[in-house]
Design a protein around this ligand. Structure first.
Ligand code: FES
Length: 64
């Protein structure tokens, strides 16, 4: 089984790497086949969830 890595970036998104199946709230697949790196919103402010769109910087999201 392929390893999946998840890293919390300081004051930013989750960086997730692997061959993943990511869906939106309606079950629509929003990931791509094969090994990829994704940045998933952790601040709740992204306009293109589940992905990070950089809003965390504008709202000065803070997290360890
Ligand atoms: S973590 Fe980047 S927009 Fe939410």
């Amino acid at each position: 089984m392929e390893r999946v890595t998840v890293q919390c970036l300081k004051n930013g998104p989750y960086e997730v790497e692997g061959d993943l199946l990511i869906t939106d709230a309606n079950g629509k697949v929003v990931s791509h086949p094969g090994r990829q790196t994704y940045h998933l919103c952790r601040c709740g402010g992204s306009g293109k969830k589940p992905f990070c769109d950089g809003t965390h910087e504008r709202i000065h999201f803070k997290s360890e």
